[in-house]
Design a protein around this ligand. Sequence first.
Ligand SMILES: [Mg+2]
Length: 296
Amino acid sequence: MSDASKNRAREEDQDQDDLPRKSRYCYSDFDEPIIFLDSDDDDISSTSSVPEKGVINLEEMILEWIQKLPHLPRKVPKRLPPLKVLPEGLKRKPTLILDLDQTLIYSTSSRLSGYERAKSITVGLQNVWVHPRPGLFEFLKKCRSWYTEMILWTAAKAEYAEMSITKLAIEHFFDERLFNEDCYVRELESIIPPEFQANLVLESELTNRGEQAGIGKLFLKPLCLLNREQCFLVDDSKEMIALNSHNQIIHIPPFTGDINDRELNKLLPLLEQLSKSQCVTDDIARYHSEVKLREA
Ligand SMILES: [Mg+2]
């Protein structure tokens, strides 16, 4: 797809209030936005850790703040019952948790070319095209053959998410489905230290659409709520490190409609290996350090 059509698709996507969206923040100084962030844009790790004069890397700062959030109180109700105890001698496999938007699918108001299996759904009064990430069906089939439990956990609304997976005929791959109402919601402002709040402008204030789109809120997925000892999450959002161990999260670059995307396919060897893991956090830690070495 050309850059122009990609940009057009993004603009169209931005018009859709009901679709799940990334948090956006900007830092204003004398009413001049210094940084405007969109998690769809890329790799934060590639941005300089030494900000240029007058520039604050707010996304890095927010990621740092959310990593320091206190543990959840014990009374927070669990989302799922614990797994049944296995008979002695049987080894339990880890649980694979998958995000939906921009991890498995991409939704826009118009159909992108090259996606024969894209499906149209109507959410409220809005018509939406749901595009499966290249390699999605093969990816889910393989994962299903390796894992005894797969959970979909999306920050999107249940109606939209259910319709998307049903239309794409991938609903049967998941043992459980969790939606935005199952997320742990934090107001972004409650995370940001007061000294930074004066100049912080949330997109909700810029657009007056905050209520509708849930902008200014973070929909977090603390894995401790799932009552599973061995589980991990594959998600495009770096904010999902909040309330989780870094070694329970596998970050996948966001999918925004690129027909040449091969990220699901690239993850398969790791997921096969993790399905046999005795301790997923140790193995994911090893994977993270290998990635770091490769990038260095
Ligand atoms: Mg996502």
